[in-house]
Design a protein around this ligand. Structure first.
Ligand SMILES: Cc1ncc(COP(=O)(O)O)c(C=O)c1O
Ligand SMILES: N[C@@H](CCOP(=O)(O)O)C(=O)O
Length: 462
């Protein structure tokens, strides 16, 4: 298996190299050169298997024989043993044909754990094999940061630098990151927003001179392994509801687009998916692009679903690469224009996207209304991100005969502000976190200035 860049001008990489890197040298993101296929028989055979076994089977072709089967199976089994639910990501039926896929049973209570428990172990495996050290730089709007720290902190060969937007993540999210006092964990609160943090991480991949030759690795979904691991739960949940004999649809609270892109990859591998719904908060660039072909940046708004407060959506590039028939030059030109001025997609790629994707945007008042309504109807307290998905599924699903799976991307206990504003007393944290609000914190506030951040990383790394 080889991996190529969405901008068409960087060298192709092996699986091991793609895991141990971030962005491609041409500024693009890596995708598999060919998309492995899952036959109907292979899908049918997965019914009733454990999540770890499905994960092994779905991901094996992407690894391309670069890790021995027995070792890879061990890594996968170990990663998913950290989840508090046997099903890892259980399905919960809400009504006749609407299901929640609960993605918050991992150590940090958000869907990011599914990929980052695996990625941490893959990095450990490859770095030990090579006898190398590496520096991680990641940007977070709140959930990736803690999941990355939790997934990678036991790897002695890694120093982990996580940039979060100062005062723009929830208290629980911040404390999940900043109360990890390990010697190899560094939290940086950036005086800016998530887009600023992500831009600095990407700029650091583009010019790594500040690290004097030490390897820089991504934990954001720019790292292909993140997407790969997220494909699994689309397959597992669809098979649980009758695939390949029955089509399903997915509604995905979206921002940086890694989650729904993984679903699209599952579809490209052969999973029968009728529709993907992209749900956004008030930061609605994905919805504006799909619905009105308005691919332009608006100012980033702080919302009640802070993890989705993102304007420049990284993985949309991977979808564009497919929509533009894998023409890297066209993707590079479009994205360069996008950085400079309001732009639009060409007609044919947009039409292709609209065949499979619908979208819907949900503002803060509606998030609160949905939390109340969903509780009244189903007894569930949704987190504010999941609430955007719940409403989008109600409004734009193509039909009610096809099972709709809405991804419940985080636990409501992480987002007390929205839950309390919606009129509930709050949701308790699980026992392993019940003293979180009393734990000591450590983090450094820095301006949104690339040189300052790089200087900090260069000085602090071990
Ligand atoms: C809780 C939660 N829901 C949804 C999203 C959106 O996922 P993605 O960035 O993969 O589109 C994120 C992060 O971005 C998140 O943390
Ligand atoms: N919502 C994310 C933003 C970063 O997304 P990623 O999937 O690219 O890591 C977060 O919680 O940090």
């Amino acid at each position: 298996m080889r991996y190529i860049s969405t901008r068409g001008a960087a060298p192709a990489l092996s699986f091991e190299d793609v895991v141990l890197t971030g962005m491609a040298a041409d500024g693009g993101l890596y995708v598999p050169e060919t998309i492995p296929q899952l036959s109907a028989d292979e899908l049918a055979d997965m019914a009733g298997l454990s999540y770890a076994e499905i994960a092994f089977r779905v991901m094996k072709p992407f690894v391309g024989g670069e890790i021995e089967d027995a070792t890879f199976r061990e890594i996968v089994t170990d990663a998913y043993a950290t989840f508090s639910h046997d099903a890892v990501v259980p399905l919960k039926q809400l009504d006749a044909n609407h299901f929640l896929l609960e993605q918050f049973h991992g150590p940090t209570l958000a869907f990011k754990d599914v990929a980052l428990q695996l990625l941490g172990r893959l990095l450990d495996h490859f770095l030990k094999k090579r006898g190398e050290r590496a520096v991680i730089m990641g940007a977070t709007s709140g959930d990736t940061g803690s999941a990355a720290i939790e997934g990678c902190r036991h790897c002695d060969n890694l120093d982990i630098f996580i940039l979060h937007p100062h005062k723009r993540v929830s208290e629980v999210q911040r404390r999940q990151m900043t109360s990890v006092l390990a010697d190899n964990v560094f939290n940086i609160a950036i005086e800016g927003n998530f887009d600023d943090a992500q831009a600095m991480v990407k700029a650091s991949f583009a010019d790594q001179a500040f690290l004097n030759g030490t390897r820089l690795v991504a934990v954001n979904s720019i790292n292909w392994a993140r997407i790969m691991a997220q494909i699994v739960y689309y397959v597992a949940s669809a098979v649980a509801l009758g695939a390949p004999g029955r089509e399903v649809s997915f509604c995905v609270p979206s921002a940086n687009f890694g989650n729904v892109f993984a679903g699209y990859m599952a579809y490209r591998m052969g999973l029968p998916v009728k529709q993907f719904i992209i749900a956004t908060n008030a930061n609605d660039i994905l919805h504006r692009t799909l619905a009105a072909n308005d691919f332009s940046k608006h100012e980033l708004a702080a919302t009640l679903a802070p993890s989705m407060d993102i304007v420049v959506s990284s993985n949309f590039e991977r979808l564009l690469f497919d929509a533009y028939d894998r023409d890297g030059k066209a993707v590079a030109a479009l994205l360069e224009r996008f950085q400079q001025e309001p732009t639009a997609l060409a007609e044919a790629p947009l039409a292709r996207l609209r065949e499979k994707f619908a979208s819907y945007s949900v503002d803060d008042d509606t998030i609160l209304e949905v939390i109340r309504e969903a509780h009244h109807r189903t007894g569930e307290i949704l987190d504010p991100h999941t609430a955007t998905g719940y409403r989008a599924a109600q409004r734009v699903r193509s039909d009610s005969a096809t099972p709709m799976i809405t991804l419940a991307t985080a636990h409501p206990a992480k987002f007390a502000e929205a839950v309390v504003k919606a009129g509930f007393p709050g949701v308790p944290l699980p026992p392993h976190m019940d003293d979180l609000l009393e734990r000591e914190e450590r983090y450094t506030v820095l301006p949104a200035d690339l040189a300052a951040v790089q200087r900090f990383v260069a000085e602090q790394r071990r």
